[in-house]
Structure formats: structure tokens, C-alpha cells
Design a protein around this ligand. Sequence first.
Ligand SMILES: [Zn+2]
Length: 279
Amino acid sequence: MKKNLVYPFLVVSLSFLLGACSEQTKETTTPKKEEVTNMKENEATELNNTPTASWSYEEETGPDHWGELDLSYSACIKGSEQSPVNIEFSQVKTSEKLESIEIKYQPTPFSIVNNGHTVQANAATPSNSIVVEGKEYQLVQFHFHTPSEHQFNGQHLDMELHLVHQDTNGELAVLGVLIQEGKENEKLASVWDVLPKDETEKDILINEPVDLQALLPSDQASFYYNGSLTTPPCTEKVKWIVFEKPIEMSKEQIQAFQQIFPDNHRPVQSLVEREIFKD
Ligand SMILES: [Zn+2]
């Protein structure tokens, strides 16, 4: 008897709470578990929508809780091809058939933002692209994490650069370049000169064009695997290409970023059934 009285009350309260948090005010019933699972089908369209729940890298809104914060973030806990991952060099499969990616970058104007999660540079022109398995993807933006999100043999490096590309169907390919402490990186100096310390409302135009081609390591041996966005909504079907050779940034450059974002990495996710290939 008691249970029957308590249950409707819970349903009403939960509906109200969910409505309030996620601004999905049209939702009148408590979503059932099956509905949460079904949301996966809609994930591909989520990327261009405004995220509904705020998230962070710590405590109640941190990576362990992303999947609970919003229905559209369900892949963060229910997905089976999540990123980042640990790349154990001895486990990587070499594939003769694998075509190396083709990188077509040229010095390009960018504008930068601090979006509260990272510093991101948005391409002002569609002049950079990569070709993966015969398909061309345009560079949309690049951004940074510290420490690195991918691990090499169980170890993080100091930072990681993500170059995010999209094809004409909206499919994503991300190039990951790990960063270790070393010499000052002059190719990123113009970006670092204007690193926005606080969340920005408007893009800041970088004075000089950024030469991404020159920024990449000359040895472009790469790891390939199928993964996801490393931030909510953790959308899958992302092609990942992670360079084996890291690039360098000075201690001062790394610290300048860490003063803004002391830790903006998602922990490594299980590979489940996946394999990582090397070209
Ligand atoms: Zn990233």
C-alpha cells in the first residue's frame, strides 16, 4: 500500500526536477530506462544542438556523472566506443592495408574562445582538410586538454591538441597530438599571446595566420581507432587518428594553459571490443 502512494509522488517530483534542470519543460512523464537507451539513435544530431545541462571536470558534474546529467549525454555511460583510450604500443595491430591520412593544411586565420571547458581556435576559412580512407574532412576547430586525454602505455603526457574535422555528412574525424614539455613552441606563440583567461562572449581574432602543417611532427606515424567525442554528449562514430610522436611546448606555455584550466581531461575509457591500428 505504502509503495503505491509513494511512487506517483516520486514520478511527479522527478518530472519536475528533470524539467527544471534540462529545460525540457514539455516532458511530463519520468523517462524510463529504455527511453534513455533509445536516445542513442538521436546522438548524431545532438552535436549541433545547444547542450542542455552544464558539465565540468570535477565533482557532481564531472566525467563520472556526465551520463546522468542529461538524456542527450547517455552515450557517456552507455556507449561502447568511447574516447579517450590508453594506447598500449605492444597491443597495437599493424595493418598493411591501412592508408595513411593525407593532411592538407596551410597557414590560416583563426579566432579563439575560452568556452569554459577549453581554449578553442575556430577556423575563419575552410582552407584546411584531411583525407581519411578516401573521404575528405574539413578542419572546424582545434583545442587543448591537460593532462593529455589519450595515454601511451598507461602514461599521460602534459597536454593534448585535438584538431576536429567534419565531412559534408557531419561525420567527424579528430586528429590528436600529444604534447610534452620541451622547447618553446613558436608555431603556437600567436595563440598563446592572446589566451583568454576567462570565458569569452566573442571570438578573439589571432593576429597572425596559424601554420598547422608546421606545427605537426614530421614523423606522422599514427594510431587509428573508432571512438567518440571526449566531452558531452560523447557522440560516437568519431574516427580518431593519434600521432605517435608528441610535439613540444615550453614549461611556461604549459603552465600558462594550466593556470586557466588546471585539469580538463576525461579519464581513459575501456576499449571493449575495439582494436587500435597503426599505419
Ligand atoms: Zn578534445
